[in-house]
Design a protein around this ligand. Structure first.
Ligand SMILES: Nc1nc2c(c(=O)[nH]1)N[C@H]1C(S)=C(S)[C@@H](COP(=O)(O)OP(=O)(O)OC[C@H]3O[C@@H](n4cnc5c(=O)[nH]c(N)nc54)[C@H](O)[C@@H]3O)O[C@H]1N2
Ligand SMILES: Nc1nc2c(c(=O)[nH]1)N[C@H]1C(S)=C(S)[C@@H](COP(=O)(O)OP(=O)(O)OC[C@H]3O[C@@H](n4cnc5c(=O)[nH]c(N)nc54)[C@H](O)[C@@H]3O)O[C@H]1N2
Ligand code: SF4
Ligand SMILES: [Mo]
Length: 698
């Protein structure tokens, strides 16, 4: 082995819009340095506070390095090491028996974007579960509601290239916390700002991005549809809409205008809590300082009517002729080859309602095998008490493929140790820019770890599954994804990516969904899975009737519930060193103080006799947890917030999701994310320890 250091190119695997390209320096087989690729235009040589210390995660003493079999009760976390052959044989035997007794649908895969790499995230696993005839999972907890809202207007919901934000004169960051969640876009925002653009943030919460903006517009949570109707009403009243453009590019304007007129400016102001004069200024700012860009990402979709909110923002872009930016995922879905089997006839389960699915006594067949990878449902899925009750079921055989002993892994029958991004090969797309990258393995897998792909290859072989592609190598899968023949992949070959690390999709610069209404389709565009967007035809942007509806779980939705639980809870991505649930259990990533806190406004705290720093009980009809109160003057009355991403050990073996609402936010129950932010709670000073002991013994 040479002791001359080598540099291996790769890219971050995280579920983050930025997908940074990186370089790993390896000496004697050990990764000794990691840095952002200075040549990548979007990464610009910088990673982020979460990932700068990523090598510590790779070499962390708690890394899972061998397969484990459970020896104690579920959830307790007692395991013994076993060999790979024994682990694979046992899983294959359990799956084989379950499938022969109850049919393939008794197996439920549960995964998300723990890694966003296209190879490790899914292709082989998808082929494996399709060949088994397993229950199909709608992986809709993130992004799909927003996708549908935008698609309601745009057909195919492509937005403009986010880097084009640099040339805007008005930037509206609508329900997105750019500085925290999408930090590599911020330099482009700053460039526009230096050139005179104003930066407006529309967010009920005073986020770090809101505090850096020129104007923070703070609607009551979940009322953005009314705000949009108010703005459209002003544009209409003041003759600020170009009728020719509108009739050439949209349909359904009369219906939308009728709704805006019916609500009126005063109606919009009273629902949103924003002064009429401010709604007028916002409308005038957007109309008079073009090009304006409306930038939305994901957060607003986590509501019962999230689809309407995203639809409203897209409709406002269409009416005002503004640029519209969102996830760029659709570009990659369109460009890459569709190499997973199309959806089968098996039942579909929405991942948002896992708790209900695992505890439903009438589900036929019941889920008796749960295969979890790239996601930590015990921590991140709403209505956590039901999720945990499901994971505790003795008749459920659970396999977790993980890097660490997460909240979910503690409930597994078998835990399989898996590689990190610097130990395996992957092809990376992105949802915040248009660069594709190739991640090459920099070091050998640690211990006995294996990539997801190899685990599914072995399971397929042990089960003698007969379907094509189940033995494909990782490199073959990456090459096949690139081989669609789509013009956006022109000149982007595996070899070029091996050499350069990354390449921008060949989407013409300046191309935007609002200007150009034709999307090149690949030669064969009839596949399923990845290519769902391709099947949409583009036509005029659809406006149509749109109304504000309060969420069922809100003060205006269910008065009797709001009487018992009068505070709205938003559970936010708010820590600089957290990425979803990845770092919640890592000491060096925790904030100071190292506990999740409940932020509550001074008046709401005073009304309940709660002082800053005091321990409180937060509860509703789904569950309860104990945390410390942080009394603040930044919150609207009636609103409380808690951070998301902590592991259960941080607060009474539960996270904020013990409280959250699992209602699905799309217009169809199988479609869309959960209404995390439409959650009502009450808060009280925590009973003292003696009373707790009395309660539990009675
Ligand atoms: N209350 C509340 N809940 C939320 C949200 C919220 O805002 N509030 N946000 C929601 C959203 S938008 C999302 S996306 C989800 C995210 O929730 P999760 O999907 O749980 O989040 P991640 O931290 O991205 O990834 C989870 C796991 O993937 C594992 N992993 C990483 N790489 C690999 C790999 O190569 N192979 C395997 N097998 N595992 C790997 C990591 O070790 C990690 O434990 O949470 C949702 N839940
Ligand atoms: N540091 C860090 N970065 C991350 C993540 C992380 O955990 N940590 N997670 C990644 C993931 S998986 C995702 S999905 C993205 C999410 O990226 P974003 O969508 O930018 O982030 P969120 O915090 O989910 O939501 C954005 C904002 O929406 C606001 N919001 C909620 N409801 C409403 C509403 O009704 N109206 C309006 N106007 N605003 C509302 C919230 O207050 C929040 O500030 O971030 C990614 N980046
Ligand atoms: S988490 Fe996001 S910002 Fe941080 S390195 Fe990964 S892609 Fe870049
Ligand atoms: Mo997400």
């Amino acid at each position: 082995m040479s002791d001359v250091p080598t540099v291996v190119r790769g890219a971050c695997h995280h579920d983050c819009p930025d997908t940074c390209a990186w370089e790993v320096t390896v000496r004697e087989g050990v990764a000794v340095n990691l840095r952002g690729d200075p040549s990548h235009p979007f990464t610009d040589g910088q990673l982020c506070p979460k990932v700068n210390p990523f090598l510590d995660r790779v070499y962390h003493p708690d890394r899972l390095l061998r397969p484990l079999r459970r020896t104690g009760p579920k959830g307790e976390g007692r395991f013994e090491p076993i060999g790979w052959d024994a682990a694979i044989a046992e899983i294959a035997e359990r799956i084989g028996t379950a499938v022969s007794q109850r049919g393939g649908e008794t197996v439920l895969p549960y995964s998300l974007d723990g890694t966003q790499g296209l190879v490790q995230k899914g292709v082989l696993a998808d082929r494996f579960f399709a060949a088994l005839g397993a229950t199909q999972l709608n992986r809709h907890i993130c992004g799909v509601t927003a996708w549908h809202g935008a698609a309601d207007v745009l057909g195919m919901p492509l937005g403009a290239d986010p880097t084009e934000i640099a040339s805007a004169r008005t930037i509206v960051l609508w329900g997105t916390n750019t500085l925290l969640t999408n930090r590599h876009l911020w330099p482009y925002v700053e460039e526009a700002h230096r050139n005179g653009a104003s930066v407006i943030v529309i967010d009920p919460v005073s986020t770090m991005t809101a505090r850096r903006s020129d104007w923070h517009v703070q609607p009551r949570p979940g009322t953005d549809v009314a705000l949009v109707l108010g703005i459209i009403g002003v544009l209409d009243r003041d003759d600020l809409i170009d009728p020719e453009r509108l009739s050439a590019t949209t349909s359904g304007w009369p219906e939308l205008r009728a709704e805006a007129r019916a609500l009126g400016l005063d109606g919009a102001a009273s629902i949103t809590g924003i002064e009429s004069a401010d709604i007028v200024s916002l409308a005038h700012r957007i109309a008079h300082h073009q090009p304006a860009v409306l930038r939305a990402l994901i957060g607003m979709e986590h509501r019962e009517h999230g689809q309407d909110i995203h639809r409203a923002v897209a409709a406002l872009a269409a009416v005002s002729g503004s640029g519209y930016m969102r996830s760029t995922q659709v570009y990659f879905d369109t460009a890459f080859a569709d190499i997973v089997p199309p959806p089968g006839p098996q039942r579909v389960v929405n991942m948002s309602v896992l708790g209900e699915v695992l505890t439903d006594p009438d589900l036929e067949p019941p889920v008796t095998v749960l295969m979890n990878y790239g996601c930590n449902p015990a921590a991140i899925t709403p209505d956590q008490n039901r999720v945990v009750a499901g994971l505790e079921r003795d008749d459920l055989f659970t396999v977790v493929i993980e890097q660490f002993m997460t909240d979910t892994a503690r409930y597994a029958d078998i835990v399989l140790p898996t590689t990190t991004q610097i130990e395996h090969l992957d092809l990376m797309n992105a949802w915040g820019h248009l660069y594709v990258s190739l991640n090459l393995p920099a070091i050998e897998p640690l211990g006995e770890c294996m990539p997801n792909t190899e685990i599914f290859r072995r399971l397929a072989s042990a089960l003698s599954l007969d379907a094509s592609g189940l033995a494909d190598s990782d490199e073959q899968i990456a090459r096949d994804l690139l081989a669609s023949g789509h013009p956006w992949l022109d000149g982007i070959t595996y070899e070029r990516l091996q050499r350069d690390g990354w390449a921008r999709l060949a989407v013409p610069p300046g191309w935007s969904a609002l200007e150009e209404r034709e999307v090149p389709l690949p030669p064969s565009s009839d596949g399923g899975g990845l290519g769902i967007a391709r099947k949409r035809q583009l036509g005029p942007m659809r406006l149509g009737a749109l109304q504000y509806r309060p969420a069922t779980e809100s003060a205006d939705g269910r008065a009797e519930l709001a009487e018992r639980y009068p505070l709205a809870l938003m559970s936010l991505k708010q820590h600089q060193r957290f990425l979803n649930s990845h770092y919640g259990g890592f000491e060096h990533h925790l904030p100071d103080p190292p506990q999740p806190q409940l932020e509550i406004g001074a008046a709401d705290a005073a009304a309940r006799g709660i002082a800053d720093g005091e321990r409180v009980r937060v509860f509703n009809h789904r569950g309860a947890l104990f945390v410390t109160a942080a009394v603040s003057d930044r919150l609207q009355p009636g609103l409380v917030t808690m951070p998301f991403g902590w592991w259960a050990g941080s607060a009474d073996e539960r996270t904020v999701n013990v409280l959250t609402n699992a209602t699905v936010g799309g217009h169809d129950p199988d479609v869309g994310s959960s209404a995390f932010h439409d959650t009502l709670v009450e808060v009280e000073p925590a009973p003292d320890t003696q009373q707790l002991a009395d309660d539990s013994s009675s």
